[in-house]
Design a protein around this ligand. Structure first.
Ligand code: ASP
Ligand code: MG
Length: 486
């Protein structure tokens, strides 16, 4: 049994739906279960339309109405169905399935428009339509290609808490539902085509797992059914050693560990949703990242293996759009509870922290957050520490919004002395200034902050040092030079 998840670009057009059907069909003997994302662009459209409706809809300057917004959307899906499905009966049935989903969506959007209000719960109800539509089209494409397939909404499968927009699965109940609903389909030779991204609370209210959550859905379902493997089909050749737009010599990684994949997913390497590895780790199910545009390419295998020996550094990820906040003062460590108060404000604002660095001199505390969170946080910290600022215990609270965080990841760094030294001397040679550093005690990841303008040069330099031909190490380079000379 293999769970195969297809992302938005893999189902981005009629042609893509047809090739997904071919691809899945070619693995029929492996008992595939399909998980689909919404067509690329759909979720963004649903979210922005829901917001536009709440913010004025019909009363807005251009008089947007739910009906008008929906007309183009409906036409787009009609065209996709028309171009994907050739068998007349399947096509007309899919048309009416799509029409009924869109009718329901229109009613929701009209409700939002009339109330002028959009709760997290309503937002999830709207966002779920992308995957619902997609599963209908993908199931129909499989049927059209001659396979037995059935669209299944994950509202029937994944039971979540009620943290709308970012729900978490309740695994025991989910496993029960998945088995009861999906195993009979597989036994009957029917390929389930499941909506990614969504679930439902115990009361049956639709939730979503957060943006990009379809990967997580695949992994939840794989773990619930104890599937042999989970394949994430995307639009790149697996996990790369660096962003190929920054480093032309970046290459795809054959095999990495769950822990390495987890680190990379948090830092800009947006190949998989950060939560994806968790259910897989628990059941020890290998994940594969594969390219729908190049299906023969083996992609990246993610498993328990600690492939440390294979290389010190596996990959370098960089994340833009961040800000570095610094709370500085000559004696902030001497004042008890400063850090606790700083992070209490951070969590109150529901802000995600990417990295924390605090030198033992206690002079300053730096941490990295998303850019748009920076200014409000600085203001809130100023209010919090009014007294300490007045007493000059805290000298400044500032945000630098032009920074990039670079994460150097590899299990082989663990317990290997000198890796950080090499990273910093490499950057030093290139005259790249390192603003702050952090290394987790797992030693899987060294994170550094550089000016945003140094991103490309820094990633390239570290990649050259550890991952390119020139990074093979001096003795190896020597050997290769020798062989070359002969
Ligand atoms: N369609 C959802 C999103 O765009 C989930 C996903 O694609 O994984 O975030
Ligand atoms: Mg994705």
């Amino acid at each position: 049994m293999i769970v195969m998840k297809f992302g938005g670009t893999s189902v981005g057009s009629a042609e893509r739906y047809r090739s997904v059907a071919q691809l899945v069909g070619s693995y029929q003997e492996k008992q595939p279960l399909v998980v689909v994302s919404a067509m690329s662009g759909t979720t963004d459209w649903l979210l922005s339309t829901a917001r536009a409706m709440a913010e004025g809809g019909r009363n807005s300057a251009d008089g947007l109405t739910a009906e008008r917004m929906m007309a183009d959307f409906h036409a787009r899906y009609q065209k996709v169905v028309d171009e994907t499905i050739t068998t007349p009966e399947i096509r007309s049935r899919t048309f009416s399935e799509v029409a009924s989903l869109l009718h329901h969506l229109l009613r929701l959007l009209t409700g939002i428009e009339m109330l002028g209000e959009l709760s997290p719960r309503s937002l999830d109800a709207v966002a779920a339509f992308g995957e619902k539509l997609s599963s209908k089209v993908a199931a129909a494409a499989l049927q059209d290609a001659g396979y037995r397939a059935e669209a299944v909404s994950a509202e029937e499968l994944i039971v979540t808490d009620s943290a709308f927009n970012r729900a978490l699965p309740l695994m025991a109940q989910t496993a029960e539902k998945c088995r009861a609903r999906l195993l009979p389909l597989l036994e009957a030779g029917i390929i389930p085509v499941i909506t990614g991204f969504i679930g439902a609370t115990q009361e049956g209210i639709t939730t979503t797992l957060g943006r990009g959550g379809s990967d997580y859905s695949a992994s939840i379902i794989g773990a619930a059914l104890d599937s042999g493997e989970i394949w994430i089909w995307t639009d790149v050749n697996g996990v790369m050693s660096a962003d190929p737009r920054l480093v032309p010599t970046a290459r795809s990684l054959k095999r990495i560990s769950y822990a390495e994949a987890g680190e990379l997913s948090h830092f800009g390497a947006k190949v998989i949703h950060p939560m994806t590895v968790m259910p897989a780790v628990e059941k020890n199910i290998p994940l594969y990242i594969k390219n729908t545009f190049e299906p023969a390419f083996p992609g990246t295998r993610i498993d328990r293996s600690d492939q440390g020996a294979e290389g010190l550094v596996k990959a370098i990820a960089s994340t833009r759009g961040l800000a570095l906040l610094t709370v500085a003062g000559s004696s902030i460590l001497a004042v008890p509870g400063i850090a606790a108060r700083v992070f209490a404000r951070v969590s109150e604002k529901n802000v995600n922290v990417y990295m924390i660095s605090h030198a033992s001199s206690g002079h300053d505390l730096c941490f990295v957050v998303e850019k748009q969170a920076a200014q409000p946080l600085v203001q809130s910290l100023h209010r919090e520490f009014e007294l300490e600022v007045a007493r000059k215990e805290i000298e400044s609270i500032i945000a630098d919004t032009e920074v990039t965080i670079i994460a150097v990841v590899g299990a082989g760094m663990r317990g290997t002395p000198g890796v950080s030294g090499r990273i910093f001397s490499t950057l030093g040679q290139k005259s790249i200034n390192v603003i702050a550093i952090a290394q987790g005690s797992s030693e899987l990841n060294v994170s550094l902050i550089v000016a945003a303008t140094d991103e490309r040069a820094a990633v390239q330099a570290i990649h050259d040092e550890f991952l390119s031909f020139t990074g093979l190490g001096r003795s190896m380079r020597h050997r290769v030079a020798e062989i070359g000379a002969k």
